[in-house]
Design a protein around this ligand. Structure first.
Ligand code: LMR
Length: 394
């Protein structure tokens, strides 16, 4: 049977990780996969995570199954972290998933069950794996304009024009904050316009929030998601703990289904449990328990938030340094948008050929669409990157 299998397309981001590893040049700079690295190039285990793991190790007396939706304490803590008091807890059905990608996948599964005709509107560009999963699931995709490579900002008029095609029952996939891959984000007035458009069309939002705390702060980054959740009759929210808790390999995420009509929550919860059972049965527990332990303990929570804030401010500093260095080298403000972007990524807005040239000439690894992981830089490598950008003729 295996002779019928075809070679599958490689994931561009993961392939770039391999290319980077294989490059013998000592001066190589990795701006590829979305993993936070400190100035020494290390992805640290956060202090609060270590402390929570120790506590769990000391106190945990069983590894028996928990429940199809995972630990309720994890769901409660994450609903609170993402949604604050935007909605009542009783309006939210939630299930733990293997990472944010698991939550995205389960959200698509739920949409397909509820409305197989639904078209999924995704930003152009979006995280490539959104498109890959949707294609694999054979779900109809429509793209809406999002990034303006001239200004490095959001092409909001183009986006609204494209969302003008929405029909009742369609779904719009939005990035809650720190848009991946561009780093360009909606402001609150724009979120409100999107909400009005969704309400007018009778379309449902699905929000992918994978970088809460990496942009403007934990509450600030959740503000768009909270506005949506409190304004629309129904929405799906896929949250990841990979980045803001630094627990990438633990695969920790939560899918939330919010209904204004709390009567719908029971069946939504049953559906989330059912979908977990069909796809992998019980979700992973360790990372979820770490997160629940941190968020449920005021001292650990404060230490986690402080370390996350240091991370966020460090990335902002690197952005400013890079924009400043490019302004100096080009004697222009062409790259000022890099300091305006938020989150781990910025899209430089150049061609795959020039991205390739920077890889060959300067050992700089960024994704082919010119997405750079800002956390892959430090104060010494920023001037090297700026020089490479200019020398490549971007
Ligand atoms: C990324 O966009 O680089 C991350 O979300 C990692 C991944 O799985 O692609």
């Amino acid at each position: 049977m295996f002779e019928n299998l075809k070679e599958q397309p490689a994931d561009k981001i993961l392939q770039l990780m391999e290319f980077y590893k294989a490059d013998p040049r000592a001066e190589k700079i990795d701006l590829g996969v979305g993993v936070y690295k400190n100035a020494e190039g290390v992805t640290p285990v956060m202090r609060a995570v270590k402390a929570a793991e120790k506590k769990i190790w000391e106190e945990q007396s069983s590894k028996s199954y928990v429940g199809l939706a995972g630990d309720p304490a994890f769901a409660d803590a994450m609903v609170d972290l993402v949604l604050g008091d935007a909605v009542e807890r009783g309006q939210v059905a939630a299930a733990a998933t293997p990472g944010g990608t698991g939550a995205v996948r389960q959200a698509f599964e739920m949409i397909r069950l509820a409305n197989p005709e639904a078209r999924i509107f995704v930003s152009d560009p979006t995280w490539p794996n959104h498109l890959s999963i949707l294609k694999f699931m054979d779900m109809p995709v429509v793209t809406y304009r999002y990034f303006d490579s001239e200004t490095g900002g959001v092409n909001f008029s183009g986006m609204m024009e494209d969302l003008g095609q929405l029909k009742q029952g369609d779904v719009v996939l939005l990035h809650g904050c720190c848009h991946n891959p561009t780093g360009a984000n909606l402001d609150m007035a724009q979120w409100q316009e999107v909400v009005d458009c969704l309400l007018k069309a009778g379309a449902m939002p699905m929000i992918d929030i994978a970088y809460q705390g990496f942009g403007d702060g934990l509450d600030e980054d959740a503000a768009g998601t909270r506005l949506v959740a409190s304004s629309v009759p129904e929405c799906l929210i896929a949250a990841s703990c990979s980045k803001n808790f630094g627990i990438y390999r633990e695969r920790t995420g939560l899918l939330m289904a919010v209904s204004a009509d709390a009567g719908k929550t029971k069946v939504a919860q049953g559906t989330l449990n059912f979908l977990n059972r069909q796809n992998y049965s019980f979700p992973p527990d360790h990372g979820a328990r770490v997160v629940a332990t941190i968020l449920g303990d005021p001292a650990l929570r404060a230490d986690w938030a402080a370390e996350l804030e240091e991370t966020r401010l460090g990335m902002l500093e690197l952005r400013k340094q890079l924009a400043g260095e490019l302004a100096r080298l080009t004697n222009s403000d062409r790259f000022a948008f890099l300091a305006e972007h938020r989150g781990m990524f910025s899209r430089l807005g150049t061609t795959p050929e020039l991205v390739e040239k920077m890889r060959e000439d300067s050992a700089i690894y960024m994704v082919g669409d010119s997405r750079m992981n800002i956390a892959g830089l430090n104060s010494q490598t920023v001037p090297i990157l700026a020089r490479a950008i200019v020398d490549a003729g971007v």
